[in-house]
Design a protein around this ligand. Structure first.
Ligand code: NAX
Length: 315
């Protein structure tokens, strides 16, 4: 039997956390044969709620779940973790831009980075979900210099999945048959969802999305705007930001990173908002091969940071 992997979820008492921890405990993130120990961190204010989540995890009797650490202590939360999913932070509410929450997250990410640096397992892989995700990942990298840059990423897989979802709805095809969308840019409304290389599996082979949709005006206009604005649309409808889709996308991101993917393109957001495109199909050597690709691709796109800085109004 495999040794359990320790997975940290910060902000675990929040709405994404509540959707995410059962997915991890069911093997959605690391595989159906991978036992896990969940480390859940939240702040004092949410300590009771966090206890409740732990009780529910126990009650759900997940066979893969070998232990639960529920704590408000950052060091205890980070000790020995192999995967860290950073969800905790100040969420964007209706009418707020991501930059509005930026300042609130700086001190949080400094402290958590230092704890990960000192106490996480070697080769810990970090996924930052909390917005502004790129900036939080950058802060984390700055304060955890011994964690390799290639191990720090942030979540844009949700945007990627949203693009696949829109194409599947439009064409009336299974979402699993739509492949190789790319999201360029930042996880924000300025992103560019690109389906120029995307294909759909049909009974007569793979067909380009553009050929099947036959409506460039829609693909170049409404489709892009819908994906860009989807987060805001969810907030408008639910009065809360995306949670189950964010949790599921976080699982997809880590699963493809750790276990590999059959897709030619997938969209982990590497530091500074780079979109990494893997141009080869998955094979067993691919994971190792990818390790060599990362530093190369991580040649940093400082301009994205500059844009972020420039778009932040000075106080
Ligand atoms: P919630 O407010 O429901 O949960 C956040 C949790 O974080 C709360 O339980 C809170 O107590 C906890 N928290 C706050 N400060 C903390 C700290 N210092 N240490 C540990 N925990 C702390 O927000 P939720 O809807 O779960 O969203 C979480 C984050 O995900 C937000 O920043 C949100 O903007 C971001 N999102 C990112 C997405 C992406 O694609 N990258 C999409 C979904 C989501 O909007």
């Amino acid at each position: 039997a495999k040794e359990p992997m320790r997975v940290l979820v910060t902000g675990a008492a929040g709405q994404i956390g509540y959707a995410l921890v059962p997915m991890i405990a069911r093997g959605v993130m690391l595989g159906a044969d991978q036992p896990v120990i969940l480390h859940m961190l939240d702040i004092e204010f949410a300590a009771e709620a966090l206890k409740g989540v732990k009780m529910e995890l126990i009650d759900a009797a997940f066979p893969l779940l070998k232990g639960v650490v529920a704590t408000t202590d950052v060091v205890e939360a980070c000790t020995g973790v192999n995967v860290a999913v950073m969800v905790g932070g100040f969420p964007r509410k209706e009418g707020m831009e991501r930059k509005d929450v930026m300042t609130k997250n700086v001190s949080i990410y400094k402290a958590q980075a230092s704890a990960l640096e000192a106490h996480a397992a070697p080769n810990c892989k970090v996924l930052v979900v909390a917005n502004p995700a790129n900036t939080n990942a950058l802060i984390l990298k700055e304060f955890a210099p011994s964690i390799p840059e290639k191990n720090i990423s942030c979540l844009t897989r949700l945007d990627h999945n949203r693009a696949l979802g829109q194409i599947s709805e439009r064409l009336g095809v299974q979402v699993s048959d739509v492949k190789n969308a790319i999201i360029w840019g930042n996880h924000s409304s300025s992103q560019y969802p690109d389906v120029n290389h995307a294909t759909v599996k049909t009974s007569s082979g793979e067909k380009p999305v553009r050929e099947l949709v036959q409506d460039d005006e829609w693909l170049n206009g409404e489709f892009i705007a819908t994906v860009q604005q989807r987060g805001a649309a969810i907030i408008k409808a639910r009065k809360l930001s995306s949670a189950l889709s964010a949790a599921s996308s976080a699982c997809d991101h880590i699963r493809d990173w750790v276990l590999g993917t059959a897709e030619v393109c997938f969209s982990p957001c590497v530091l500074f908002g780079i979109w990494l495109i893997y141009m080869q199909p998955f094979n067993t050597e691919f994971v190792d091969h990818r390790e060599h690709l990362f530093p190369w691709v991580c040649t940093l796109m400082v301009h994205t940071v500059c844009l972020l800085v420039l778009s932040t109004p000075s106080q």
